[in-house]
Design a protein around this ligand. Structure first.
Ligand SMILES: [Zn+2]
Length: 63
């Protein structure tokens, strides 16, 4: 997230500076969303790997 470019509607300062409670709340919210938004593609790739591994096991057993 490029939250460092966001300007606060309350104090008109960059949110990343955390000058007012609104800034700090937005900054914490955006920082908390960061890891979660990055987790979804990783979880998808992990799920894909598990699926491929399961298919490979089934193919080995049937062959
Ligand atoms: Zn602010």
């Amino acid at each position: 997230m490029t939250y460092d470019r966001l300007v606060c509607a309350n104090c008109a300062a960059p949110v990343s500076q955390g000058r007012c409670p609104v800034c700090r709340a937005n900054r914490e919210r955006l920082q908390q969303e960061g890891p979660f938004s990055g987790l979804n593609p990783v979880a998808l790739v992990a799920l894909l790997v598990v699926l491929v591994a399961a298919l490979a096991l089934v193919a080995q057993q049937t062959a």
